[in-house]
Design a protein. Structure first.
Length: 373
């Protein structure tokens, strides 16, 4: 009996040792030298705003389709412009673009995103235009307010452009699991009305964050996107897409189930953003993404109900609003070039270029600062 247990223990030890050797080989050889893991910028929490730790660079990878260099500046934002200066240069216009991962734009080279392309569109031989990007993955509309009132205000821009996506509305008052989602400003909604703002919790790095920075985790979580949702889609690829009302990477049916709350949150945040932007002597432009998959299919999308809610609310507050739906649809009819990736729903370089052109056109129409040469 003892001999049998001894053999079992020896075999178990050999198995565990083999597993450790295999994991170590993957961690220090395969995912660092052969099949490269995605680099993932570390986060920081400064002045009440979650962002990235300053002065980082790396390459964001998704499957074998995306390998985009990023540069995090001294202020903690991905930017091709370099460090942001607080002082204004005479004669140089300044635009701040606020948003989530579409503004963060890790999926394209740091100098080929909406911000840098917008700077080139608006600038010219006779003028320079600084476009500062303030984007963090997962941020909802409520966090755009926090970023604007705690960070953007320091730079005294002439214009603040807020880019809205379809999951911004309900996630402004419903908590979504994530490693720093509790560090976003949230709203409290009761009986369909906004009753309070919930301050963000300071973000701190811990053991979980250390594990996320291992090459194995960076390969599985970020490059190969191995998450529970990914596994469900892998096993049941049609299940999620077939869900009634699911569009633009958002469960639209679930969002609109509380339409009163969504409309209240939109009204509150648009009003607060307008007040904050005007108080810094700037002007506000709201721009909203569309359901690009519906454009490719040539079909209607339930997601556009949120575009209409946003547009109507902006009109009541007398805030300029740019709906990117007709812009992307027209470009698709002309060129039939996709705006996003096969492995990632974020804009590719063409998507960023189309959005930058539309925003530049809107700003020229609204301001004499950006007239064509």
């Amino acid at each position: 009996m003892m001999r049998r247990w001894r053999n079992f223990a020896v075999n178990l030890g050999l198995v565990l040792a083999s597993v450790l050797v295999f994991v170590g080989f993957c961690e220090f050889v395969v995912f660092r030298l052969v099949w490269l893991a995605s680099d993932v910028p570390a986060n920081a929490f400064v002045e009440g705003v979650v962002r990235y730790a300053p002065n980082q660079h790396g390459t964001w990878r998704v499957r074998d389709e995306i390998a985009a260099p990023y540069r995090i500046n001294a202020e903690g934002w991905n930017s091709g412009l370099g460090d942001y200066a607080v002082a204004r240069r005479p004669g140089v216009a300044r635009v701040a673009v606020v948003g989530d991962s579409f503004v963060e734009a890790l999926q394209v080279p740091y100098d080929r995103s909406l911000g840098e392309l917008l700077s080139a569109e608006l600038g010219g031989a006779r003028r320079a235009v600084e476009v500062y990007r303030f984007g963090i993955s997962g941020a909802p509309l409520s966090q755009y307010l926090q970023m604007t009132q705690r960070e953007v205000v320091r730079y005294r821009p002439d214009w603040v452009v807020v880019l809205i996506v379809h999951n911004d509305f309900d996630e402004s008052y419903k908590f979504k699991p994530g490693r720093y989602t509790s560090s976003f400003l949230k709203l409290r909604v009761e009986h369909g009305h906004v009753t309070d703002e919930i301050p963000p919790q300071p973000w701190q790095s811990g053991t979980t964050e250390w594990l996320r920075q291992t090459a194995t985790a960076r390969f599985l979580l970020y490059r190969w996107q191995v998450r529970p949702g990914f596994l469900v889609d892998l096993l049941l690829p049609r299940a999620r897409a077939a869900a009634a009302g699911y569009a633009a990477n958002t469960d639209i049916a679930a969002v609109l189930a509380d339409r009163r709350g969504v409309e209240s949150v939109t009204d509150y945040l648009f009003g607060r953003l307008d007040v904050v932007v005007r108080s810094m002597g700037a002007n506000l432009l709201l721009a909203m993404d569309t359901d690009r998959s519906a454009i490719y299919r040539g079909s209607d999308s339930p997601a556009l109900v949120l575009n209409r809610i946003a547009e109507d609310t902006a009109e009541r507050h007398h805030i300029p609003f740019l709906d990117l739906q007709p812009v992307f649809a027209a470009d698709w009819q002309r060129e039939h070039r996709r705006f996003d990736f096969d492995a990632d729903g974020h804009w590719n370089e063409h998507g960023h270029a189309v959005a930058a052109g539309a925003i530049a056109h809107a700003l020229r129409a609204l301001s004499g600062q950006f007239e064509l040469d």
